[in-house]
Design a protein around this ligand. Structure first.
Ligand code: SF4
Ligand code: F3S
Length: 104
């Protein structure tokens, strides 16, 4: 499956959800995750993300983020359409290590 990583945190552009053919995105307060059980590995979402937050499970970042995507996709609500991104989303673009910066 493809995996959402911490580049999504506080950006939430949601371009990715529009192209997913199987509706496997789930929305938390500060980022989305992909359900690894539902993802069919089509790859359509990754190039839609302006901050390259979505990677295949072969990417080294997936070691950390695949379990997080699996855990939270089981409880967060589904999101199937693009939403307005947070007003300050651009301020968080391209910040490195957002998870460590904001959640540890
Ligand atoms: Fe959806 Fe395809 Fe992205 Fe998986 S790779 S989340 S199926 S758009
Ligand atoms: Fe996040 Fe990128 Fe989608 S910022 S909401 S993974 S378009």
């Amino acid at each position: 499956p493809f995996v959402v990583t911490d580049a999504c945190i506080r950006c939430l552009y949601t371009n990715c959800v529009e192209v997913c053919p199987v509706d496997c995105f789930f929305c938390g307060e500060v980022m989305l995750v992909i359900s690894p059980d539902k993802c069919i590995d089509c790859g359509a979402c990754a190039p839609q993300c302006p901050v390259s937050a979505i990677v295949p499970d072969t990417d080294p970042l997936a070691d950390k983020w695949l379990p997080i995507n699996a855990e939270f996709s089981a409880t967060w609500p589904s999101i199937t359409h693009k939403r307005e991104h947070p007003p300050d989303a651009d301020a968080y673009r391209d910040q490195p290590s957002k998870f460590e910066r904001y959640f540890s």
